[in-house]
Design a protein around this ligand. Structure first.
Ligand SMILES: Cc1ncc(C[n+]2csc(CCOP(=O)(O)OP(=O)(O)O)c2C)c(N)n1
Ligand code: SF4
Length: 253
């Protein structure tokens, strides 16, 4: 019988520790499948971050270096500069990347470091129990905004994919979701493009994945998946905000 589905070689065959319905597992799988497609497993070095994804070294069958809080993009810079033949990426949550590591990601993009950043936006600090993140939506309840995020007090949700697209060193920036099959296919395509940006030496490749955190949203897995479609996508539009291939083609006329 023809095999139509199998575990990516880049993932070790152990169960994920994530809560039921968490999208981290799906995003891990997409990233692993793309590593396999491009036959990068032996070359990959992941700069891991903090948060619920911190145990990725238990799941990915590749070399992983752990970074201090928020510093994964800076760590990736050092690794890539020292070992330009390796394929280097980070995998970071919104607390890690858009709060603790704001300076690192902005300057990595601005310098045009030739690394890939996978950014998981679940609009909340997952691991530490549901505090407000920079991506928390207006009106969204969290342990630090129990009446809902008020922009006058707590500012507005940050749109990282659009923000980084404005920086000259960013080669590719997109926002995707994994809440249904169609969006999953788009997410895979964007993941490939971000990988290609590094393989072609174009600068930062960035993908923002809208993601569910059923536990801290206090929802069932199904409700959380629905929330991604009904609330997150309208507030954080999906799309490609910077496309290095189109720009290169336009320049070439
Ligand atoms: C300097 C510092 N800041 C913050 C923390 C606590 N901390 C560890 S994980 C985490 C939240 C991570 O949330 P996020 O990046 O959104 O990832 P998620 O768990 O949602 O996947 C925080 C605040 C810490 N230990 N040290
Ligand atoms: S707390 Fe949220 S982000 Fe963390 S594993 Fe559970 S569902 Fe996923």
């Amino acid at each position: 019988m023809k095999q139509v589905f199998k575990r990516p070689e880049s993932l070790i065959d152990v169960p994920f520790h994530f809560c039921p319905g968490c999208h981290h597992g799906i995003i891990h799988r997409i990233v692993a499948e793309v590593i396999d497609e491009y036959e990068l497993r032996e070359q990959v070095i992941i700069a891991a971050s903090v948060g619920c994804s911190v145990f990725m070294y238990d799941y990915f069958d590749v070399d992983v270096i752990e970074s201090p809080h928020g510093r994964a993009a800076a760590v990736a810079t050092g690794v890539k500069r020292a070992r330009p033949d390796n394929f280097v990426f980070t995998y970071q949550g919104d607390g890690d990347l858009a709060a603790i590591g704001t300076a690192e990601i902005i300057h990595v993009a601005n310098r045009g470091e030739n690394v890939t950043v996978f950014f998981v936006n679940n609009t909340i600090y997952g691991m530490t129990g549901g505090q407000m993140a920079p991506t928390t939506m207006i009106g969204q309840k969290s342990t630090t905004t129990p009446r809902g995020r008020d922009p006058q007090e707590a500012g507005h949700p940050i749109h990282m994919a659009e923000l980084l697209a404005n920086l000259a060193g960013t080669a590719y920036s997109a926002r995707v979701a994994v809440n249904n099959i169609k969006n999953l296919m788009q997410a895979k395509k964007a993941t490939r493009q971000a990988v290609e940006a590094q393989l072609e030496g174009m600068g930062l490749g960035f993908v923002e994945y809208l993601s569910a955190c059923p536990t801290n949203w206090k929802m069932t897995p199904a409700q959380a998946c629905e929330r991604v479609g009904q609330e997150l996508i309208p507030a954080f539009p999906l799309g490609v905000f910077k496309e290095f291939k189109a720009e290169a083609q336009a320049k070439a006329g």
